[in-house]
Each structure stands twice: as structure tokens, then as C-alpha cells.
Design a protein around this ligand. Structure first.
Ligand code: PLP
Ligand code: ZN
Length: 433
């Protein structure tokens, strides 16, 4: 269990009243298990049942404020849904994050023999090309409201990139903890922002355990530990956007990559909230979990119909999904089960093939997590788990430039010629044939 919730630190809890105007629609925090209520502080565990805390909104107040027209009139970033995000004032960090394209994937659909296929493409999320820019925008804006001067995270890579970048822009001190064996591009993509980057000789689960201890001693905003309830809310914007971009309609099927299990459960929460607010009809969306074969505790629990998630030791090229003991694993399983979805896992070579398939058909370069999601979608369609004539959204969560090394031995040979026409003509026939 993580450190006691009472150690949570919030230098200023009455900021909204100080400003004289409370813009917030947030009632407080609430235990996901026993329902006990807590004030808005940098805490994350229920003191009574050790359940995780979640942000609790005043939905009837939001409903009287928020319409499709108001949302549609706002700037194209995730703050267009600000009433459903856990700030007391206006956002200060990540002002350009979110509202990534939802792309009709006609070429890939033809190959998978399905009628209506979309890619939600967070490989182009601002500023660090992954969906983590959404959660970090919310977490750091909240950390600023709490008046923290230092932010931190335990990361499998993409979170490290995003906290490093957005904390630099927000003038926050930053401590980033990563497993020592991370991809070079993810290390460089953090270091360039000059954080205190600490490579821990261990896997993510060991990094995370260490960070929980650090979080209980140092008065920092650990985005995925003591301010996790706020951080996690950022993921909801992924499904708000899908619904809005489909013309205020939920898709019938969504395939989601799972690491800690937060994104998948917040995608469902987002759709349910949109329905509660009258923005969409009741969603009948089935949600599917995708994990790499070398780290698939959630997929295994779903397939074996277990309630308990057995932790694993990750061994996969999909390092961004390599969490062997997922914090929200239980909720991920519950999301899949309660929506009538399913789950699938993908081997390392299937991940590489799927990265290439998406690139060659849709012109989108995704990292290994996207390979997992595309590969799992292909299997679920082939197995008949996802019907061919219904709407399907594949969640692409980060860019391929971040994990280029996995492709090195799997691409066509580079053609080199002398700078003259004869050299070109010599290879032209070969290329054509
Ligand atoms: C973190 C991450 C995920 C999964 O997020 P969880 O909320 O931890 O399940 C998916 N894709 C990528 C690329 C990520 O970095
Ligand atoms: Zn509780």
C-alpha cells in the first residue's frame, strides 16, 4: 500500500476563495470504493479503506452551464471541456494540449475488412507527442493551484518527456524517475528540457515503489502519485474528443492500450459523463484492452476471468506499456467487463508488423504502444470479437520517433547511388521489379 493519505501536502487549499471567485465545478475528492468524501488536497488514498480517491463534480451545475455549442465555440485544445476538469481557476499549463485528429482510416479498414474505422491520433499531441501531454497539462495546472514549486513523476518514458517539457514551460522544478533501460529517444526527449532525470536500476514497478517513498518524504507534486486523482482526469478528454469529433456520438468499439490502467477506465468515465450531461445518447461502446505479450496482467485477468491481477515481470519491446503491477488494473478489467468488451495481447514481432501496417496504410508513425493497439485490433477483428460492420476507434497514444530502434532490422534496405543519371537508371529497374 502507498504511504498514508494524511501525509498529503497542500500549501494552499483556499486559493479559489482567495481569488474571490470560485469557478470550480469540483465538489471534492471521493473514495472509489467506500464513497467517503475528502477535501480538494494533494491526497490519493482513502484513510478508511485504502481505496483510491477520485474527483467528484457537481454535474447538475455543469449541466446548466455546458452545451455542445459552447464547447464547439472554444479553442481546439483539451480545455474546451474545462468544467469537467479538476481546476478551481483557469488553466496555466498545457494550454495547447489535446484536440488531436480523429482520422477515418479507409486504407487500413480495407485491409482489416471492416466498414467504419478511425484512428484517434495522439501521436501528434502537443508538446511531446503522446497522450501523456493531456494528463500532465491537468496535473501541473493543479500543482500550480496547490502552489507546489517542484513536480515529479515515475515514468515508463512518455510521462517523463511530458513532465520535463511542461514543467520547463511552467517554471517548475522537476524530478523525473525512469527505469535505467529506457529507449535512447525517450531519454534524450526528457534531458533536452533539463530536468533532474534519475535513471533507476530496476523496472518501472521498482521505480514506482521508490517514488511512493520519496513522495511521503518530500513535499513535491508527484503527478502520478499524490496528485494522481487530478492527473487521471486529463485522460477523459481523449474520449470527449472522440465523441465530439464523431458528431456528438460514441463509437461502438474502442481499442485502448493499457499500462497502469488509468486511460482505459477514464475513457469510459468520459463517455458516461457526456451522456449524464445530455451531450450524447447513452453510450453502448464496448471497450477492449491491448497489452504486449511480455507484460499482459490485465489481458490475462480478463481472459481467465480472474478478479485478482497477478503481477508480472515485464519483458517486451513496448516499454511504455511495461507496468507489471498496474495501479488501476482492477478498474481496467472492470471497464472491459462492464462494457462487454474483450482483450488481446501482441508479441514483439507482431508489434513491429503492426507499426509498419499503420504507417504504410494510414501514413501514421506510432511507437510500440500503437503497434500493440493496432495488432490487438487486428486479432480481435479476425476472431470476430469486434464485428466488421460497426464503428471502431483505435487509440494511438504516442509517436514512432520515440522508439525508432525497434524498427532497425525490419525496414527495406536504404538505396544509395552516385549523383548521376546512369546510377539511377541502374537501380530503377530493380526497384520497379
Ligand atoms: C502511459 C501510456 C499508455 C497507458 O496509460 P495508462 O493510463 O497507464 O494505462 C498508453 N500508451 C502510451 C504511449 C503511454 O505512454
Ligand atoms: Zn474508502
Amino acid at each position: 500500500m502507498p504511504a498514508s493519505a494524511s501525509r498529503g501536502f497542500a500549501p494552499s487549499t483556499n486559493l479559489a476563495t482567495q481569488r474571490g471567485k470560485n469557478l470550480s465545478f469540483v465538489k471534492g475528492l471521493k473514495c472509489r470504493e467506500c464513497g467517503r468524501e475528502y477535501p480538494k488536497k494533494a491526497i490519493y488514498v482513502c484513510e478508511f479503506c485504502f481505496g483510491s480517491l477520485e474527483v467528484d463534480y457537481d454535474y447538475s451545475k455543469i449541466k446548466s452551464h455546458l452545451t455542445r455549442e459552447i464547447i464547439a465555440s472554444r479553442a481546439e485544445n483539451l480545455w474546451r471541456y474545462k468544467e469537467l476538469l479538476p481546476l478551481d481557476g483557469e488553466p496555466t499549463v498545457g494550454l495547447n494540449s489535446g484536440f488531436t485528429p480523429l482520422i477515418r482510416a479507409e486504407n487500413l479498414a480495407r485491409i482489416l475488412k471492416v466498414k467504419e474505422l478511425y484512428i484517434k491520433d495522439d501521436s501528434v499531441c502537443h508538446p511531446t507527442l503522446s497522450f501523456k501531454d493531456r494528463v500532465v497539462a491537468v496535473a501541473l495546472s493543479k500543482a500550480k493551484e496547490f502552489e507546489f514549486d517542484t513536480v515529479a513523476c515515475a515514468s515508463t518514458g512518455n510521462l517523463a518527456n511530458s513532465v520535463s517539457a511542461q514543467a520547463a514551460k511552467a517554471n517548475l522544478k522537476r524530478f523525473i524517475f525512469i527505469p535505467a533501460d529506457l529507449e535512447l529517444s525517450k531519454v534524450i526527449g526528457s534531458l533536452v528540457f533539463h530536468p533532474n532525470l534519475i535513471a533507476v536500476e530496476g523496472n518501472y514497478d521498482e521505480v514506482n515503489r521508490l517514488c511512493s517513498e520519496i513522495a511521503s518524504k518530500f513535499k513535491w507534486a508527484f503527478v502520478n502519485i499524490n496528485i494522481r486523482p487530478y492527473y487521471a482526469e486529463g485522460s477523459k478528454t481523449f474520449s470527449y474528443e472522440i465523441a465530439e469529433q464523431l458528431g456528438w456520438k460514441a463509437p461502438q468499439h474502442i481499442v485502448v492500450p493499457v499500462a497502469g490502467g488509468s486511460l482505459i477506465s477514464k475513457i469510459l468515465k468520459g463517455l458516461k459523463e457526456f451522456h449524464k450531461l445530455g451531450l450524447i445518447d447513452e453510450p453502448k461502446t464496448r471497450i477492449y484492452a491491448a497489452q504486449p505479450h511480455g507484460c499482459s496482467p490485465v489481458v490475462t485477468a480478463i481472459k481467465e476471468n480472474n478478479d485478482i491481477i497477478k503481477p508480472v515481470k515485464p519483458k517486451t519491446i513496448s516499454k511504455s506499456l511495461a507496468i507489471g503491477n498496474p495501479a488501476d488494473g482492477y478498474y481496467a478489467v472492470d471497464t472491459v467487463r462492464s462494457t462487454g468488451g474483450w482483450a488481446e495481447e501482441v508479441t514483439d514481432s507482431e508489434i513491429v508488423e503492426a507499426i509498419k501496417l499503420l504507417a504504410e496504410t494510414e501514413g501514421i508513425f506510432t511507437e510500440t504502444a500503437g503497434g500493440v493497439t493496432v495488432g490487438a485490433t487486428k486479432k480481435l477483428i479476425e476472431q470476430g470479437k469486434i464485428p466488421k460492420d460497426e464503428s471502431i476507434v483505435i487509440c494511438i497514444t504516442a509517436h514512432g520517433l520515440k522508439t525508432q530502434e525497434v524498427l532497425l532490422d525490419h525496414l527495406p534496405k536504404l538505396v544509395k547511388i552516385k549523383p548521376n543519371i546512369i546510377s539511377f537508371e541502374q537501380i530503377f529497374d530493380k526497384l520497379n521489379g
